[in-house]
Design a protein around this ligand. Sequence first.
Ligand SMILES: [Zn+2]
Length: 217
Amino acid sequence: MPFRLILIGPPGVGKGTQAALLEEHLKVKPLSSGVIFRQEIEADTDLGQLAKSYIDRGELVPNGVTIQMMIKRLRSDDVRRNGFVLDGFPRTVRQAEALDVELQNEQVVLDRVILLSVSDEVVVRRLAGRMGCTKCGEIYHSTNKPPAREGLCDKCNSQLLVRKDDNPETIRERLRIFREETAPVAEYYRAQGLLKDVDAAGDAVDVYALCTEGLVS
Ligand SMILES: [Zn+2]
């Protein structure tokens, strides 16, 4: 039976790693809102053009556009067949409500919403040294996951950039904003009995065991 999961957690908590483990073991499709945005923009779809118009003006992509992009992907055959693990969506209660409506229409239910938490210090340590691919979005780390060739993406050979906002002060501010923004979404799912709190400070494999505890028999 396909699983339908959501990962919630601040940048640097290890969501990408957990999504990859969930894909490997449960065969679910990882659906990262950031990746889907980039794909739509690159494919120059109507939704992609619309999203880009906001991004180019330095504005947030509105709820309605984000919801349409994610729902379009949720309706694709491979996602219907294999289930999904969402990352970066829903970011607001309005998005969570829209997702609920969509899942009801599709007559499927969420299995679990995983809230990954670690201390700010751990996140700062993990994020300092992080580099992102300017083309495909793949993330590298100077010590944990260095690229084969310095400054170049292993996957697509494009240039890697250290993000300006990956310095300790900005990271702490991003964490504060993240908690403020996502707390209502976490509580929304807690009220539905779907939320699983996971301490994400340990090894990826231990964290994975906590994430899937009681889910697979
Ligand atoms: Zn790349």
